[in-house]
Design a binder for this molecule. Structure first.
Ligand code: PFF
Length: 510
């Protein structure tokens, strides 16, 4: 039963004005750098066209069902990640804070990449990177020195990074609907337009079809390789923004009596649609590049930072109307990344607000200012790129995936909460959720993800990550991942305010 007091409390927390705004915000979170610079190469490397099979299996058996789980948690218990978990069962609150910790870490470095992309959107017009984009990016732009920790600041990074944080603070301070919601309502359609324009332009380049052949040519034997299946599950989880509390937080801002399963289908399918579109755009451009330099597509195919800041500028240098191509690409990265960044910050701000009952503005400043300072001090120096690479690698694996597996197991086996979440979803959901969902969430998906995680763990233990000095990997990798875990469980020990109902509160709608 919801009471008038609940309604007032909810209105104070913030609400999306409609289901459409929620869906756009969720798509804004899901569609990020992962779609544009990660998916195309993961697909190419793991069987090309044949990768679609494990990818779709992972989407329908793990991604969308796990979206259901997070939507049900947030929507039923109507709180940030820690509050929703606490309401599910008091002892599980630490899981929510662990997610908050992961989000804090992600925000700190993700903002840096958006800042680089912002610079590069402008650089596209004058091809500021010159004839050797590799040397320009690492040398002139980042001024990367030896791996280690330096306090030599790079002014060229500080400025765009300040701009990114400034914009973030404004958006976050404006609140759930006016800030988060409205940003997505504007950015997502613009992103789609910009990206479709980019894909059309890329498809007109000579050699584009060779790129698409390389991407889509199926290598069926890949399907027998467990690593390919692991890659598909990893991509789906990262790409849908599940496992780090974002979807719990966003769904807590959705009006009661809303179709959450239908919303999850829309979000899941839109995200994958965008991913495939990105694959087409990126590989068409890579095909052009390969032809222009007389090499096979495999020689130029890459992902991540190398794709965006080295390969793409090289393509821009060669392509007709390259400046436009470059601008559309970097502008898309900024838009897609910004809405994802907003979503991770919202997880932290929402948790702080719920726990300490502070105003929106206060919580925003308390969260974003330290985040911005760490981001500036840690990553706008000549050693920033190395720290970023290590933190990213470890947080992705031992933050997101680990917390996803643990929370699934806890909800399914310790709290035995799946049946009540299923009932909640079925009240207004357009996709009927039955026993298959319980089997997927309690057995099949945790087993598959556990396997992915263990393989990753063994690989990391085996070779030590990258060519970095051991202490750097220890501090920024292992210790950082451990720190968020410990901090999470410590935060969970702080008591809730007396006027925040936690215990045994059934938040079911009237
Ligand atoms: N779904 C996002 C993506 O595909 O890029 C994942 C993500 C990463 C979301 C980092 C938010 C974030 F800050």
């Amino acid at each position: 039963m919801s009471t008038a007091a609940d309604d007032v409390r909810e209105a104070n927390r913030g609400m999306f004005s409609s289901r459409r705004v929620f869906i756009l915000a969720a798509i804004g979170s899901a569609v990020g750098l992962g779609n544009i610079w990660r998916f195309p190469y993961v697909a190419y490397e793991n069987g090309g066209g044949a990768f679609m099979l494990p990818y779709l299996v992972a989407l329908f058996t793990a991604g969308i069902p796990f979206l259901f789980l997070e939507y049900a948690l947030g929507h039923k218990y109507r709180g940030s990640a820690p509050l929703s978990f606490a309401r599910l069962s008091r002892g599980t609150e630490g899981l929510g804070w662990w997610q908050v910790g992961v989000c804090f870490m992600i925000a700190v470095y993700y903002a840096v990449v958006i800042a680089w992309a912002l610079s590069y959107a402008f650089f596209s017009f004058g091809r500021t990177w010159g004839d050797d984009p590799d040397a320009y990016f690492f040398g002139d732009y980042l001024q990367a020195g030896d791996p280690g920790v330096s306090l030599d600041f790079v002014p060229g990074i500080i400025l765009p990074l300040l701009a990114v944080w400034g914009a973030l603070i404004v958006v976050m301070a404006l609140g759930v609907q006016k800030g988060v919601g409205r940003t997505s309502v504007i950015f997502i359609p613009v992103l789609l337009l910009a990206f479709v324009a980019l894909v059309i332009q890329a498809l007109t380049l000579t050699g584009a079809s060779a790129g698409l052949d390389a991407l889509f040519a199926p290598n069926w034997s890949a399907l027998g390789d467990p690593a390919v299946w692991a890659a598909a599950y990893g991509q789906i989880f990262f790409s849908l923004s599940i496992g780090f509390g974002i979807m719990i937080t966003y769904s807590s801002y959705v009006k009661r009596r809303t179709d959450m399963t239908g919303s999850a289908m829309v979000v899941g399918l839109s995200n994958s649609g965008f991913e495939i579109l990105a694959g087409i755009g990126v590989f068409a451009a890579l095909g052009f590049m390969a032809q222009a330099s007389g090499v096979a597509v495999g020689e130029v195919a890459t992902s991540g930072i190398g794709l965006a800041f080295v390969a793409f500028p090289a393509i821009v240098n060669e392509a007709p109307a390259g400046a436009l191509l470059g601008f559309l690409f970097f502008f898309s990265l900024v838009l897609a990344g910004f809405t994802s960044l907003v979503s991770v910050l919202e997880v932290v701000i929402s948790a702080v607000r719920d726990k300490f009952e502070t105003s929106r503005l206060r919580a925003t400043l308390v969260v974003t200012i330290p985040c911005a300072i760490i981001s500036l001090v840690g990553f706008s120096t000549t050693s920033g790129i190395y720290v970023l690479d290590i933190v990213d690698h470890f947080i992705n694996r031992f933050g997101i995936l680990l917390v996803a597996v643990v929370s699934m197991l806890v909800v399914a086996w310790v709290v035995r909460g799946l049946p009540q979440l299923r009932d909640h979803l079925n009240r207004d959901g357009s996709v009927p959720v039955r026993g298959w969902w319980i089997v997927l969430m309690s057995v099949i998906t945790p087993v598959v993800l556990g396997y992915v995680l263990i393989t990753e763990l063994l690989a990391v233990l085996d070779e030590t990550y990258g060519d970095y000095p051991g202490w750097m990997v220890l501090v920024f990798g292992w210790l950082a991942a451990l720190l968020v875990l410990v901090a999470g469980f410590l935060l969970a020990r702080i008591p809730w305010r007396p006027d925040t109902p936690v215990h045994g509160q059934e938040r079911e709608e009237a």
